[in-house]
Write a protein that binds this ligand. Structure first.
Ligand SMILES: CC(C)[C@H](C(=O)O)[C@@H](O)C(=O)O
Ligand code: SF4
Length: 468
């Protein structure tokens, strides 16, 4: 039996199988942000335990840092203190920190951008969207606070080996369909807990055709499918992306690395604990209507009607979500009026996302009364966008152009959608209160976000064109 991509990478990191069956794995890269990192380092200090390998921990500030132009730290005393504490800790412990003067950004955007994220590595971070890095063929997952302390102290992690699942994307999606639509559709079809206990590999021609940024968007939502790990086999697209990045191997070492990386993809006879086929050939742009990413429909569809549902539990779930979202059963998606548009987050804040959104917005104005933000994923993305003049396109249309960070994805820094307001967001979670207490979130792709900002009701670029 040929091994899967997951089995090969896992096997290369397994130091021992512990009594009870869990594995002890070596951690190649530990990524850190202020919201979970600061406390972990304080715990180590209290216990007088040194950091085992500070060279393999890489820190940035993203969750609580202000995104206001001219920002230095937080917008509040507590967030400023948290950012400054991480700065002091990094300095003192010899941890490399990507601060606002140097490649700062959302941890899952800067890892790949700096070449820290590579095929075949094990990568952990105290953050559930660490699954993003699986786009490179790494095993990469979010860890909890006690695990974080363990990783800092030992550079290893104890982990129960997940089962393997392959999701085969069949058919090629139409030209206006993005990776965000593909993964939201998969979550809609399989459900938000389908991946629980599995490491998922995404495969098929529709996956191979994606560029690296789109692959990251897709893997980013693995945790919304329930899977801590989501992976895509490394290929020429991956190697081209990695080559020349700051922390990627270079020269001879790059060639040797590529030789190894070519051995990683699942063999043709690899077997998985579970396989699913999902047809993406007919899908339309996807928009969530409820309070879980699985509550998703096509943009030209309608909100479901719980009265038509046979299953009592499902009926209750749907009607609770509709109540919270202040929507009527059967209401058309394109009739939903939006107050806020947020283009950002580790899902969709990379340069290709901003280019796609800017191409929709160019020469137009956002709808009257609507607030629209663009928050680039990193300072590298921001500078690149500014070199291309994208910031001007957004600002001339009435968008706010902010500094990099998580921002309104979770509102940890105070960037929140006001209570009772409805936001079309390019992020990955639409949970109750996710973007602020009483806020309502609809998830969609950057092009849908851009068109929605212009029209004022949920719209695709095609719908926007038809209206003008
Ligand atoms: C705050 C952080 C720990 C959290 C996560 O783990 O994902 C956040 O990034 C999120 O997206 O909800
Ligand atoms: S952008 Fe959102 S999802 Fe991503 S790490 Fe930040 S808070 Fe979490």
């Amino acid at each position: 039996m040929a091994n899967t991509l997951f089995d090969k990478v896992w096997g290369a990191h397994e130091i021992a199988v512990l009594p009870g069956g869990a594995s002890l794995l070596h951690v190649d890269r530990h990524l850190m942000h202020e919201l979970t990192g600061v406390e972990a380092i304080k715990t180590l200090e209290r216990r007088r335990v040194p950091i085992r390998n500070p060279d393999l921990t890489f820190a940035t500030v993203d969750h609580v840092i202000s995104t206001r132009p001219g920002r230095q730290a937080g917008d509040a005393p507590w967030s400023t203190a948290m950012v400054n504490t991480l700065r002091e800790q990094a300095e003192e412990k010899g941890i490399r920190m990507f601060d606002i003067d140097r490649s700062q950004g959302i941890v899952h955007v800067i890892g790949p951008e700096l070449g820290l994220t590579l095929p075949g590595l094990s990568i952990v971070c105290g953050d559930s969207h660490t699954c993003t890095h699986g786009a490179f063929g790494a095993i990469s997952w979010g860890i909890g606070s006690s695990e974080l302390v363990h990783v800092l102290a030992t550079q290893t992690i104890r982990q129960i080996r997940p089962r393997t699942m392959r999701i085969n994307f069949t058919g090629m999606p139409g030209p206006s369909i993005t990776a965000k639509d593909m993964i939201l559709h998969v979550i809609g079809v399989l459900g938000a807990s389908a991946g629980t206990g599995y490491a998922v590999e995404y495969a098929g021609p529709a996956i191979t055709a994606l560029d690296m940024e789109a692959r990251m968007t897709l893997c980013n939502l693995s945790i919304e499918l329930g899977a801590k790990i989501g992976m895509i086999a490394p290929d020429e697209t991956t190697f081209r992306y990695v080559q020349g990045r700051e922390f990627a191997p270079s020269g001879d070492q790059f060639d040797r690395a590529v030789t190894y990386w070519r051995s990683l993809p699942s063999g043709t006879s690899a077997s998985f604990d579970r396989e699913e086929d999902v047809d993406v050939s007919q899908i339309r742009p996807q928009v969530t209507w409820g309070t879980s990413p699985e509550q998703v429909v096509a943009i030209d569809g309608a909100v479901p009607d719980p009265a038509r549902m046979a299953d009592a539990k499902k009926r209750l779930g749907v009607s609770n979500a509709l109540d919270y979202m202040k929507l009527q059963p059967g209401q058309r998606i394109d009739e939903i009026k939006i107050d806020h548009v947020f283009i950002g987050s580790c899902t969709n804040s990379r340069i290709s996302d901003l280019r796609a959104a800017a191409s929709v917005v160019k020469g137009r104005r956002i709808a009257a009364g609507l607030t629209a933000w663009v928050v680039p994923g990193s300072s590298q993305v921001k500078s690149q966008a500014e070199r291309e003049g994208l910031h001007r396109i957004f600002m001339e249309a009435g968008f706010q152009w902010r500094e990099p960070g998580c921002s309104m994805c979770v509102g940890a820094n105070g960037d929140m959608v006001p209570p009772g307001h409805r936001c079309l967001s390019t992020s990955n979670r639409n949970f109750v209160g996710r973007q602020g207490p009483g806020s309502m979130t609809h998830l969609a792709s950057p092009v849908v976000a851009a068109a929605t900002a212009i029209v004022g009701t949920i719209a695709s670029p095609e719908m926007m064109e038809r209206q003008s």
